[in-house]
Design a protein around this ligand. Structure first.
Ligand code: CP
Ligand code: NVA
Length: 330
């Protein structure tokens, strides 16, 4: 099996090369079109830690793991009490003795790095304060479906320079996407993210962080937004509502983009804040396709990580995953 993802962690979107992202998207698209990925997780158990609430991530991972023949165990913070009842490193060492991989949604990216450092088995980032790589893999599949390509696609991200935005910035740099990030002053992406993206950038495709929403929207293919107040920032909600108000994705804002532009949102949406009902439920919205794609990209990602189970010491259950990967990965 030639997948370079075998046995790997996915902590940051920037861990992936352009060809690895293409391999994940190709396999996800094949699975979505009906290709049987087999049961590469047969006999394996993955532990899912949720230190923050989730709907899409938990359910799409659980379904993906089931479909690949594996067994998910979801753990929630009232039980685990990461960093309070037990250290992140000890939780990781324990889960590593029982399970064959860890999927973790954590408050702090630092804890994710600790967990990955303490576990021998693969660790996947299911959202931290710094990044949301699985979300952006699903977003890339959705952009490819909407635009026919990712390279050269024009994507306008309107909102906070947050975790989703950071993974998008890395994706744009690696996949040659023309990304425009528009936010109010004081909410720009972190300098460290921008500097890393410059180092990752595959070509000279423009990358802009701007306050000029009209210039960004004029020829965009995608209008993307996320909540103004992320999980854990609830005490800032009122101030953020005021600071972001002019950037609500509503009917008036959408008229400044081409009629062919599609609207994306990672969800959950704070309807009436960053996006209106009329836009999210409107003809240009592809948010529910985007949400569905979480499951397909995560199936593909796990199939590639567990494609060769020599590292687990378990026998390969069948050759279907290998065949599907061979047929879709160049
Ligand atoms: N988009 C996303 O991660 O959704 P959940 O928070 O519901 O998992
Ligand atoms: N930026 C959001 C994404 C939720 C999927 C948050 O961190 O709450």
């Amino acid at each position: 099996m030639s997948s370079t993802l075998v046995g790997r962690d996915l902590l940051s979107l920037s861990d992936l090369s352009a060809s690895e992202i293409t391999a994940i998207l190709d396999l996800a698209a094949a699975a979505k079109a009906g290709t049987d990925l087999g049961r590469p997780l047969e006999g394996l158990t993955l532990a899912l830690i949720f230190q923050r609430p989730s709907n899409r991530t938990r359910v799409s991972f659980e379904v993906a793991i089931h479909r690949l023949g594996g067994h998910p165990i979801a753990l929630f913070n009232p039980e685990v009490q990461l960093g309070e009842r037990e250290s992140a490193a000890d939780i990781s060492r324990i889960l590593d003795r029982y399970a064959d991989g860890i999927v973790a949604r954590l408050v702090s990216h630092r804890d994710l790095l600790t967990i990955a450092g303490a576990a021998r088995s693969p660790v996947v980032n299911a959202l931290t304060d710094a990044e949301h790589p699985c979300q952006v893999l699903a977003d890339l599949l959705t952009v490819r479906e909407a635009c026919g390509r990712t390279s050269g696609a024009r994507v306008t991200y309107i909102g906070d320079g947050n975790n989703v935005c950071a993974s998008w910035i890395y994706a744009a740099a690696i996949c040659d996407i023309d990304l425009r990030v528009v936010g109010p002053p004081g909410y720009e992406p972190r300098d460290a993210v921008l500097e890393r993206a410059v180092r990752l950038r595959a070509s000279s495709t423009p990358f802009t962080v701007t306050h000029d929403v009209d210039a960004a929207l004029r020829d965009t293919d995608i209008v993307y937004t996320d909540v103004w107040t992320s999980m854990g920032q609830e005490t800032e909600q009122q101030r953020r509502r005021e600071d972001f108000a002019r950037l609500q994705v509503n009917d008036a804002l959408l008229t400044r983009a081409p009629r062919s532009a599609r609207v994306m949102h990672c969800l959950p949406a704070h309807r009436g804040e960053e996006i209106t009902d009329s836009v999210i439920d409107g003809a240009q919205s592809i948010v529910f396709d985007q949400a569905e794609n979480r499951m397909w990209v995560q199936m593909a990602l796990l199939a590639l990580i567990y494609a060769d189970r020599a590292h687990t010491g378990l026998p390969q259950p069948d050759g279907r995953a290998d065949r599907a990967i061979r047929e879709t990965v160049a």
